[in-house]
Design a binder for this molecule. Structure first.
Ligand code: ADP
Ligand code: ZN
Length: 623
């Protein structure tokens, strides 16, 4: 029998457990109920997936969202674990097939929507099966005190009672308030569960509250500086989603939208566009995001104040799951308080609970709202405020939130970044290769379009941006697309400026860029392009020096391969390998299958399926 460590490495390709995972897995394996409270991205899924693989019989995972189920099942299957899901997106025929396979013991894990539990067909089948474990994902949905109450979750205890034998029961949530926690234990009848609360801090998230004169302008300015990034803009009403999404589209941002008023098809399509980076900005109500595992979300903006810090932290927490620095910005105006009160009042009026309970719910909602408002107005460290709310004490300032930075700036007023002080030492850099990339990109864009384009577009193409206009013009199909992804915008602009100085290109006042006849010497006859600059200026212009080229080209090749495979198999790219895994692959450059298996995120099934292709790219592009 494999140990949990072996399962972790063989199927999921990871070398170690994260905080809390091991204890929660052990509890379930020993037959004890378990209750895991971890922040979004903390790794809850593995806590029940590993016991599911190890226990005899099958594991049912109860999960609220169709998209979440499908993605999780895709990921499990691609890791080599037989899994399926049952929800309303399947046809009768597909459901029959899943039932049949279930009877024959073909799956280890089956995801099921809570609505389905008590339906005749499913219940009868479940009573025949050998169910070892029932895991309840997003367990806070069972509590009326939580912000995502789903009455269908109340069917879970009834379902469990109807089973001939009580399976091990585990529950997972990112909501940590004591009231919700008690509710989960009480309503689900968790029996002496091992309860683990892991740290809630997400150090790579930078929190900030802004109170701009015009939110729209603040948003546009923010986004204009992050065109090559992907992010979410949350609004509190459908109307705002519509308005903001149209605004962004009219300014040529690659935005899409999501709210409960759209058809199922459109919601799914828009979500897929976002997950697959065809659209980089998702404008949505809080209906969007539960279970969304998109790792490269680099900012989450709240256009309106959410109703509670639980909601805020959960939504903001969708940023930076890849561990990269990410920004969580809340745009606050006093008017938001009125909207929030209105929404709470409305949910009170629409509620089907008895009057007495409704009143209590509203009181709780208002209490949470006041803490949210307080967060928007505090001058203290925002991270400390959030963590304290979730019961995690922290002293001192974090240094990485809007308020900490502002306090820092007050202490020592910052001068505008000064021009570099010349050192008097000149230095040279051979940028022939980079110049060739830029020149050939300019040429290919004008060949493709039939006319010259701008410096900005050249930079976008070279950096592999998902800019909407770029995609509309199909410039992502050029061979120079993404060739300089490791360079910053400013670095590429600096190179372009040098090429202009050197007479290799011309730029007019509209930034339209054209090659001059001398460019062909560099492109075809091996003429060198040398930068000759003061050391300080060189350092200022090329700080991160994407000139260390081999890695990034390799990484780019790996990402291209991943995109191709994802398209072929019609799965989101991260189901194949996450960004973190590709980064590690590019850095370690494994030469053999064994070395590849040592990369975090490469399990046996994936190595078998994709290993040869990725190793071939590494041989081709590696250093
Ligand atoms: P949650 O459900 O808590 O929001 P997930 O289960 O989706 O989080 O996990 C978030 C990410 O972390 C996933 O990409 C997952 O594969 C990864 N992950 C989980 N556990 C580990 C681990 N022990 N080592 C490395 N990565 C992990
Ligand atoms: Zn702080």
């Amino acid at each position: 029998m494999d140990t949990k460590q072996e399962i972790l490495s063989r199927y999921f390709g990871y070398t170690g457990f994260r905080g809390g995972q091991e204890e929660l897995i052990d509890a379930q394996l020993s037959g004890r109920d378990a209750f895991g409270i971890m922040p979004t991205g903390g790794g809850k899924s593995l806590c029940y997936q590993i016991p599911a693989v190890m226990l005899p019989g099958i594991t049912l995972v109860i999960s609220p969202l169709i998209s979440l189920m499908r993605d999780q099942v895709l990921a499990l299957k691609s890791a080599g674990i037989p899994a399926a899901y049952i929800n309303s997106s399947l046809t009768m025929e597909q459901i029959r097939l899943v039932y049949q396979n279930l009877r024959m013991g073909r799956y280890k894990i089956v995801y099921v929507a809570p609505e389905r539990l008590l339906s005749g067909g499913f219940l009868a089948l479940a009573q025949e099966l050998n169910i070892s474990l029932v895991a309840v994902d997003e367990a806070h949905c069972i509590s009326q005190w939580g912000q995502d109450f789903r009455p269908s979750y109340l069917k879970i205890p009834e379902f469990l009672e109807k089973l001939p034998r009580r399976p091990i029961l585990s529950a997972f949530t990112a909501t940590a308030t004591p009231l919700v926690r008690q509710d989960i234990i009480r309503i689900l009848h968790l029996q002496f569960p091992l309860e683990i609360v892991t740290g809630f801090d997400r150090p790579n998230l930078r929190f900030e509250v802004r109170t701009p004169e015009s939110k729209k302008e603040a948003l546009l300015t923010f986004l204009a500086l992050r065109k090559d990034r992907s992010g979410i803009v949350y609004c509190s009403t459908r109307k705002d989603v519509e308005e903001i999404c149209s605004l962004l589209q009219s300014k040529r941002f690659a935005a899409t939208r999501y709210h409960a008023g759209l058809s199922d098809e459109e919601r799914l399509r828009n979500q897929e566009d976002f997950l697959n980076d065809r659209r980089t900005i998702m404008v949505a109500t809080n209906a969007f995001g539960m279970g969304i595992d998109k790792s490269n979300v680099s900012y989450v903006i709240h256009y309106n104040m959410p109703l509670s810090l639980e909601a805020y932290y959960q939504e903001a927490g969708r940023a930076g799951r890849d561990g990269e620095q990410a920004e969580c910005i809340l745009l606050f105006k006093k008017k938001d308080i009125l909207t929030a009160r209105f929404l709470i009042q409305k949910s009170y009026e629409d509620s089907e609970l008895p009057e007495e309970e409704r009143a209590v719910v509203r009181e709780q909602d208002l209490k949470r709202l006041y803490q949210m408002i307080d967060y928007c107005q505090t001058a203290g460290c925002l991270r400390r405020y959030i963590l304290a709310y979730f019961g995690q004490r922290q002293t001192g300032r974090c240094g990485n939130c809007g308020n900490c930075t502002a306090a820092e700036a007050r202490r020592k007023p910052q001068k505008a970044p000064a021009a570099p002080v010349p050192t008097g030492r000149m230095t040279t850099k051979d940028i022939t290769r980079e110049a060739q990339m830029v020149l050939s990109c300019i040429r290919r864009i004008s060949d493709a379009l039939g006319h010259s384009s701008t410096v900005t577009m050249t930079v976008l193409v070279l950096r592999g941006s998902r800019d909407k206009r770029l995609l509309e013009m199909k410039l992502d199909g050029l061979s120079t697309y993404g060739l300089m992804a490791s360079f910053s915008r400013e670095e590429i602009r600096a190179i372009i400026a040098h090429l202009e100085d050197a007479g290799l290109i011309t730029c007019d006042k509209h930034e339209i860029v054209c090659l001059t006849p001398t460019a062909s010497g560099v492109l075809f006859r091996g003429e060198r392009v040398i930068l000759h600059l003061d050391e300080a200026e060189m350092e200022a212009k090329f700080p991160q020096s994407g000139f260390v080229q081999t890695d990034s080209r390799l990484l780019l090749a790996l990402k291209t391969l991943r995109a191709r495979l994802a398209k072929e198999e019609q799965v989101p790219a991260y189901v194949i390998f996450s960004n973190a895994t590709l980064d590690e692959m590019a850095a370690k450059e494994p030469k053999t299958m064994d070395q590849l298996l040592a990369v975090s995120g490469v399990g046996e099934a994936k190595a078998k399926r994709y290993g040869r292709a990725f190793l071939a790219e590494i041989r081709k592009y590696g250093g």
